[in-house]
Design a protein around this ligand. Structure first.
Ligand code: GDP
Ligand code: MG
Length: 163
C-alpha cells in the first residue's frame, strides 16, 4: 500500500488548494465519503519519484460552536490515525485562532511526523507573520503559498523523506 499523507486544518486555510497543486490531476480515488469522518478525498501524488496517497480532510460544515469544535477534533484524529505523515495547514494571513489550537492539541499527542505549514505566504517580504505559529508547539513552521507554489517544493522534499 502507498504511504499516506493527511492534510488537516480548519476550513479555508487552503487544504484543497494545496492538495490540488500536488495531486495528479483528476486522480481522486474516493471523491466524497460521508460519515463520522466527514467528506474526504483521496488523491495519488508523486514527488521525487516517491508515490504516495494524499488525503484532503475537507468539508466540515458549520454547526453550533461545540459541534464544530468537536468535528474539527474528529477530523484531526481521523487524519492522524490513517496517515504516515500529517501536514497541518494554518493561515498566515489570519494568524492563529481557537480552531487551529484545537487541531494542534490533537497533533501534539501523536508520535507521527507533523509538518506545520503556514499557507497564503504569497509575498516573501512578509515572513514576520510566520513566527507566531511557534506557539502551537509543533516545531518549525514551513512557509508556503499553495496558490503560487512558493515553498511547496522544499516542504515536499522533507515530507517524502519521512515516508
Ligand atoms: P480549505 O477549506 O482548507 O480546503 O481551503 P481552500 O483550498 O478551499 O482555500 C480557501 C481560500 O483560500 C480560497 O479562496 C483559496 O483560493 C485561498 N487560498 C488558498 N491558498 C492560498 C494561498 O496560498 N494564497 C492566497 N492568497 N490564497 C489562498
Ligand atoms: Mg477544502
Amino acid at each position: 500500500a502507498l504511504p499516506i499523507v493527511a492534510v488537516v486544518g480548519r476550513p479555508n486555510v487552503g487544504k484543497s488548494t494545496f492538495v490540488n497543486r500536488i495531486a495528479q490531476a483528476d486522480e481522486a480515488i474516493v471523491h466524497e465519503m460521508r460519515g463520522v469522518t466527514r467528506d474526504r478525498s483521496y488523491h495519488i501524488a508523486d514527488w521525487n519519484g516517491v508515490p504516495f496517497k494524499l488525503i484532503d480532510t475537507g468539508g466540515i460544515e458549520m454547526g453550533d460552536d461545540d459541534a464544530f469544535q468537536s468535528s474539527i477534533r474528529t477530523q484531526a484524529f481521523a487524519g492522524v490515525n490513517e496517515a504516515d505523515v500529517i501536514v497541518f495547514i494554518v493561515d498566515g494571513r489570519t494568524g492563529i485562532n481557537a480552531d487551529d489550537e484545537e487541531v494542534a492539541r490533537v497533533l501534539r499527542k501523536t508520535s507521527k511526523p507533523v509538518y506545520l505549514v503556514v499557507n497564503k505566504m504569497d509575498n516573501p517580504d512578509t515572513m514576520d507573520q510566520v513566527w507566531e505559529f511557534y506557539q502551537l508547539g509543533l516545531g518549525d513552521p514551513w512557509s508556503v503559498s499553495s496558490l503560487h507554489g512558493n515553498g511547496t517544493g522544499d516542504l515536499l522534499d522533507a515530507v517524502v523523506e519521512d515516508l
